[in-house]
Each structure stands twice: as structure tokens, then as C-alpha cells.
Design a protein around this ligand. Structure first.
Ligand SMILES: C[S@@+](CC[C@H](N)C(=O)[O-])C[C@H]1O[C@@H](n2cnc3c(N)ncnc32)[C@H](O)[C@@H]1O
Length: 273
């Protein structure tokens, strides 16, 4: 198997565990173990209580994002929104409500357990304008020039081929279409963390710097590329994140202290001219 296939398999296994096993490790700023903590995560990611109250509880509990990309968009009724790595469907459902019955929300994810969960959550929300497609974000099962918005929440850092993902975003957007992505970025991450397979699935080890992210989007031909918001993680947040994969001990504490201030979630903007 190629390195990319191995990474897809490992990430997919991580998110199958995350959605099927309480305590399965995953992306987020605190441990994903236990359903009550999962709900807290979604609130920390920047969703407001009113937004969450209108969603199926399972979509909130199984939300593994690191921001609220739609909160930074101006999605309007009738538009088409594509969510890369749509997980259990939180942003997909919010997007479908924004675009209304004349618009469409399309989610792409590679993990069967997530797709199954998202379909159940969409049914519980009673929405007809959502479609979930199985596929990889490096080769989107989406027609060229067909979407008004690309959103994604804590997914692109997990990709083994980010420049392919950026090229795919540029391909599927309509001219004038916009991207709002929430993702983890890092600066000078300690090598021991970068090398950790466990921390790859937790959205840390595979993350790139803001500079690389923005350069990658520009190289794909996108314009108005910028970071607008940042939430920098402190040592205690990183410790909780690392502990969910590596266990809680003194070494993990030291690791988290060394990485404090070097890992953050960013809201990244781009547009197709
Ligand atoms: C951290 S979770 C985020 C899920 C969702 N966006 C949310 O905010 O709850 C990552 C999701 O992306 C999916 N994913 C990761 N890499 C992917 C890839 N290369 N292609 C398709 N889906 C991928 C995983 O299966 C998982 O559902």
C-alpha cells in the first residue's frame, strides 16, 4: 500500500473508533472520551447555544471540528455548499438550513461509520436537501465548477496530499465561489509530536504551518487567501488532546508544555476568481 493509502486507512480507523466507541481518540481541543465531553467540544469550537439546540443531539455529540466555518460565511438561500470531511453531519445540517429547500448541502467523507451516522442525523433533522457522498477529499466525487461554497472543519490537516485537496477545492468551486475552512495549523511543532502516528489522527502531527497552507491555496489558483481568526491552544488543552491518544503521564505533560502556543485552529478564507 502507498503512504497515502496507509494514512487514509489509519485516519478512517481513528474516526470509526471515535464515532462508535466512547473514549475513541480524535481531533479536538479536549479528550473526545465520553459523550458529555464531546458536546462541550462543539461549544468550544464556536457554535452558539441556539444553533446547537436546533440540531439532533447525536450530530452535536459526534462533532469533531475545531471551529465553526459557516459562522464566517455569507451562505444564502438557493446556494450549493460542499463540506469536505462532513463527519457526523453538524456543519452539513447547519448549511442545509441556511441554503433552504432551493439550495443543497453536499458532504464528502471516506469513513463508512461516519457516513452512516450523518445519514441518521440528517433523517432526524428531517432535511431533504442534503446529499452525502463517499469519497476522498483528494479526488472529490463532485462536478467541476458546481459549488458556491466549500467548507471544511478540521479535516485537511489529516490529508496526506494537501496540494491535491487545494487543487480539488479550486476545481469544484464556481467562478466567484468561496471557501471557509476551520483547521489546525502548527508552527515549529516539536519533532517528537510531528513523528507521532497517534497524534496524526488527533489533527496535530499532520498539520502544516499557516504559511504553507496559504501558499498551497494560492498555488492552486485561489485568490483572497487569508487567515481571519485564530484560537491558540494552551498547554492544558494540548495535554488533554495528547492524553486522549497517548495516555496522561508526565511525558505527555512535558510534550504539551513544549507545544503550547505552537498549535492553533484557524479560519482560512479563499475565493475562486
Ligand atoms: C476531525 S473529523 C471532522 C468531522 C466534521 N467535519 C466535524 O466537524 O465534526 C474528520 C473527518 O474527516 C474525514 N476524513 C479525513 N480525511 C479524509 C479524506 N482524506 N477524505 C475524506 N474524508 C476524510 C474523517 O472520516 C472524519 O469523518
Amino acid at each position: 500500500m502507498s503512504v497515502a493509502t496507509d494514512i487514509h486507512k489509519m485516519v478512517s480507523e481513528t474516526y470509526t473508533r471515535a464515532v462508535t466507541t466512547p473514549g475513541g481518540g480524535c481531533c479536538g481541543t479536549s479528550s473526545c472520551g465520553g459523550s458529555s465531553q464531546k458536546g462541550t467540544l462543539a461549544k468550544m469550537a464556536g457554535y452558539d447555544a441556539g444553533e446547537l439546540a436546533g440540531l439532533p443531539a447525536d450530530a452535536v455529540i459526534n462533532s469533531f471540528g475545531c471551529g465553526n466555518p459557516l459562522a464566517f460565511s455569507e451562505v444564502r438561500p438557493g446556494e450549493v455548499v460542499l463540506d469536505l470531511g462532513s463527519g457526523a453531519g453538524i456543519d452539513l445540517i447547519l448549511a442545509a438550513k441556511k441554503v433552504g429547500p432551493t439550495g443543497r448541502a453536499i458532504g464528502v467523507d471516506m469513513t463508512d461509520a461516519m457516513i452512516e451516522r450523518a445519514r441518521a442525523n440528517v433523517a432526524a433533522a428531517g432535511l431533504q436537501n442534503i446529499e452525502i457522498r463517499k469519497g476522498i477529499i483528494e479526488k472529490l466525487p463532485v462536478e467541476s465548477g458546481s459549488v458556491d461554497w466549500v467548507i471544511s472543519n478540521c479535516v485537511i490537516n489529516l490529508s496526506p496530499d494537501k496540494s491535491r485537496v487545494f487543487a480539488e477545492i479550486a476545481r469544484v468551486l464556481k467562478p466567484g465561489g468561496r471557501m471557509r475552512v476551520s483547521d489546525i495549523v502548527v508552527q515549529d511543532l516539536p519533532e517528537v509530536m510531528r513523528a507521532s502516528a497517534a497524534l496524526y489522527g488527533s489533527c496535530v502531527a499532520g498539520a502544516i504551518s499557516e504559511e504553507e497552507y496559504l501558499a498551497g491555496l494560492r498555488a492552486a489558483g485561489l485568490v483572497d487567501v487569508e487567515v481571519r481568526e485564530r484560537v491558540v491552544y494552551d498547554a492544558s488543552q494540548l495535554e488533554a488532546l495528547a492524553a486522549s491518544e497517548l495516555g496522561a503521564d508526565e511525558d505527555v505533560k512535558k510534550l504539551a508544555a513544549a507545544a503550547a502556543g505552537k498549535v492553533w485552529s484557524a479560519i482560512i478564507y479563499a475565493r475562486k476568481s
